[in-house]
Design a protein around this ligand. Structure first.
Ligand code: KG4
Ligand code: ZN
Length: 363
């Protein structure tokens, strides 16, 4: 069964084709992605209306590129999948509209997939796929969650952020330092040259005794530190940007210290989740999963604890169509796709959609 998947929940248009025939992990036959980062950069963040319009422009050429890569005509597609939520409503509607129209034209079933399920299962496309059960650390721009995963569609929330997500903490700290959007990779790059011990930022909820996170206080601590450093400079406080008066060294040290605080909390809470569940396997997914320091520290901590850790391929950490096609493929293999409902060609999107609300057999 060949499944064509569409991702359009935010600022990447992703299309991919997987082959989910046979018992093995679905195989990626083609995959194309267009990132809108450059377009949104001028505004310092994602502009939802521009995102929707750009998805419209990109989605069909990307689909043609994927089919060309796979060397298959559209008629050889057996089912279609799209991101139903969570995400930006207008952006989601583009992918949903295209997916359902194509499916209807082809007379094939179509399935709405949960974006976080896509992230969660994306390490199955790596050279060293995980096995169930495992603890998942899902760290994206909008979510920070620890989950117990017993199989496809069997997800139990162990803990989550009570305010900002880890990616948001990266992005907001980067903004305070005058770095561009998206801030996570920029902050990580800068942090590489800094002293992580220069400033002691809070490790929120590190000892809360549960598996929840909180990152809003970190942003305030970074803001306070940047203001303090700016005021202490001879040229005084900000001209055009708050961080302008800081020396390059001060900026890199703030970046390194902020990154260290975020990473330490993520690593310690992941280890606590493994201990609580007694599981010996960790899967990391979502955009922040691309962070080199996080990978390095998780690798070291998991090696000490005798735990296997799995990551998606670097290019599949952030949003992409492959993870949506894959999630549909794994659901199909597990008998969790309702083909009757998938052939109804009705659709809606769910901009807010907790993973816990996902029924194992949802379509
Ligand atoms: O999973 P994703 O592409 O989108 C959402 O579903 O939210 O994650 C995007 C987030 C952004 O906050 C971005 O700054 C962060 O992932 N990110 C990183 C890195 N690469 C992406 N954060 C830290 N280090 C990175 N290397
Ligand atoms: Zn995402």
């Amino acid at each position: 069964m060949r499944i064509l998947g569409f991702e359009s929940s935010c600022d990447e248009t992703g299309v991919a084709l997987v082959d989910a025939s046979g018992p093995g992990v679905p195989r990626l036959l083609g995959h194309a992605l267009h990132s809108q980062i450059e377009m949104h950069q001028a505004y310092g963040g994602v502009v939802p209306e521009l995102a929707s319009r750009d998805h419209i422009r990109r989605v069909l050429p990307l689909t043609e590129a994927v089919l060309a890569q796979a060397g298959l005509p559209l008629g050889d597609v057996d089912a279609i999948a799209y991101t139903r939520g969570p995400g930006l409503a207008g952006a989601l509607l583009v992918g949903a509209g295209v997916a359902v129209s194509l499916a209807m034209a082809l007379g094939k079933p179509v399935h709405g997939i949960h974006h976080l399920e896509g992230h969660l299962l994306s390490p199955f496309l790596s050279a060293d796929p995980p096995e169930f059960p495992f603890v998942a650390l899902l760290v994206s721009g909008g979510h920070t969650q620890l989950m117990r995963v017993d199989g496809v569609g069997r997800y139990d929330l162990l803990g989550e952020t009570i305010d900002d997500a880890a990616g948001e903490a990266f992005d907001k700290s980067a903004k305070l330092l005058g770095l561009g959007y998206p801030g996570g990779p920029a902050l990580a790059r800068l942090a590489g040259q800094g002293d992580a011990l220069a400033y002691r930022f809070p490790r929120p909820m590190l000892h809360s005794g549960d598996l929840d996170f909180s990152f809003a206080g970190l942003k305030t601590a970074v803001l306070t530190q940047v203001k303090r450093l700016a005021h202490a400079r001879p040229e005084g406080p900000a001209t055009s940007h708050l961080a302008d008066p800081l020396t390059e060294q001060q900026k890199t040290d703030v970046a390194a210290s902020a990154q260290a605080a975020i990473v330490e909390v993520l690593v310690k809470k992941s280890l606590a989740a493994l201990k609580t569940t007694g599981l010996r396997r960790l899967v990391v997914a979502g955009g922040v999963g691309a962070n080199a320091l996080l990978r390095q520290q998780l690798d070291a901590a998991c090696a000490r604890a005798g735990v296997r850790v799995h990551y998606p391929e670097l290019h599949l950490c952030t949003d992409n169509g492959a993870m949506i096609a894959l999630a549909a493929g794994l659901r199909a293999q597990a008998g969790l796709l309702d083909t009757a409902a998938g052939a109804a060609y009705r659709f809606d999107v769910r901009p807010r959609w907790p993973l816990a609300d996902l029924e194992p057999a949802s379509t």
